[in-house]
Ligand binder design. Structure first.
Ligand SMILES: Cc1ncc(COP(=O)(O)O)c(C=O)c1O
Length: 395
């Protein structure tokens, strides 16, 4: 029999991450030492008290059934965390819902809120899962470019009237991946007003909420009226190094949350109870762990940013998240530069255009290796043919 895949599958091509991984593998087989700064996954362990909580519950035979959804205690812990962190008050039953990693919510929510043909406004460049959600919903993307001259915030005024009329959903992400920008309170206020005027639901992806260095990120839900128009996703993956546990949550507008809950009750059976218990412990004791985590990423950031600038590669220090969004020298496209970095210096980063057309001209560098490895990366760059001729780094 001739098996054919659906038309929808044309949208799901092999990702650039797989291409980079196989090129890196080939280089290693050829005897090259490679330093991988391309992944967006934390290399650090969770807090020991979180591991201990998980271990305790794993040994209880009664904990192996379906959980179906988030347990009440987790939803309570989420609302307490939001009250303490952001002064946001939420109803644990109706305004908070566990998801199987924020990705689960991000890819499924567009189906809950849009019909085929509706427009979804996405940041460009933006996290790749947003596109997946649009495709699953059969909706259409309108990219909102994140430009340096606008501090990498979308220009809402630049969205044409016709697009506003057909748009049903806007996705935002601050601190962002791949662009480590922060939203201001004023920007979020504009978003709430824009959403109300044009009847567009807002999803704010807050996955990097605990990774900041100078200034605490603003929760979208802390803005007056935000709960009327939208929701915020958060994740245990980056803030608590629990990426493999696949647990996150959505908070905010009860109608949107009820819709996602209804869809999910037809899709999955919840998250393993010990993981939910571990997540509760993480939220309850977040303060000191998060502070230590920020100190680690800040040191890494400073090593790499200072090292790259000393080489003549002018990069800005990110004020949040775990990425440097670095301009590519004019001589190269993003992809050319990424391959040159692999060939000449043995460093793997991601071309900015992997996250959308407006990412062309940039690369994303992850702070996902220990300090000594980042120092080595700078040394490798310094001695590479690419960086030994300063003319190459000509903006
Ligand atoms: C911006 C952003 N949102 C969401 C996610 C997905 O996180 P989770 O592990 O909670 O599914 C990621 C993962 O890299 C991300 O970078």
């Amino acid at each position: 029999m001739n098996i054919t895949l659906s038309d929808k599958m044309h949208h799901f091509q092999t990702s650039i991450f797989n291409e980079l991984a196989s090129y890196k593998k080939k280089k290693i087989q050829d005897g090259k030492e490679m330093i991988d700064l391309s992944v967006g996954s934390p290399d650090l362990p969770p807090a020991q008290f979180v591991i201990d909580e998980l271990a305790k519950h794993v040994t209880r035979p009664s904990n192996y059934g379906y959980t179906l959804t988030g347990i009440e205690e987790l939803h309570e812990a989420i609302t307490t965390y939001y009250r303490n962190q952001y002064g946001v008050s939420l109803n644990a039953e109706k305004e908070a819902l566990m998801v199987m990693g924020s990705q689960d919510g991000l890819v499924h929510l567009p189906m809950v809120l849009t019909n085929p043909g509706d427009i979804i406004l996405l940041p460009d460049p933006g996290y790749t899962a947003y596109d997946t959600g649009v495709t699953l919903a059969g909706a259409t993307v309108y990219g909102m470019p994140l430009k340096e001259e606008n501090n990498f915030l979308p220009d809402l005024e630049a969205i044409p009237e016709k697009i506003r009329e057909k748009a049903k959903l806007m996705i935002l992400n601050f601190p962002g991946n791949p662009v480590p920008a922060l939203a201001t309170k004023q920007f979020f206020e504009q978003v709430v007003a824009f959403a109300k005027k044009h009847q567009i639901a807002v999803v704010h992806d807050f996955a990097y909420s605990e990774l900041y260095y100078e200034q605490k990120p603003v929760s979208f839900l802390s803005i007056e009226g935000a709960k009327d128009v939208g929701v915020e996703f958060n994740s245990f993956s980056k803030s608590f190094n629990l990426a493999g546990c696949r647990i996150g949550y959505i908070v905010g507008n009860p109608t949107i949350i009820a819709g996602l809950n209804r869809l999910k009750s037809n899709l999955d059976y919840g998250v393993f109870l010990p993981i939910q218990k571990a997540a509760i412990r993480a939220l309850e004791n977040s303060a000191s762990f998060s502070e230590e985590l920020r100190a680690i990423y800040k040191k890494r950031r400073d090593i790499l940013v200072n090292g790259l600038n000393a080489l003549g590669w002018k990069v800005d220090a990110p004020s949040s998240s775990m990425f440097i969004w670095a301009k590519v020298p004019k001589l190269f496209t993003s992809t050319e530069f990424v391959y040159r970095l692999m060939d000449d210096a043995g460093i793997v980063v991601v071309p900015g255009n992997a996250f959308g057309d407006a990412g062309e001209g940039y690369v994303r560098i992850g702070l996902v290796q220990p300090e000594e490895v980042l120092e080595k990366a700078v040394t490798k760059l310094r001695s590479s043919t690419l960086f030994s001729t300063i003319e190459a780094i000509n903006y």
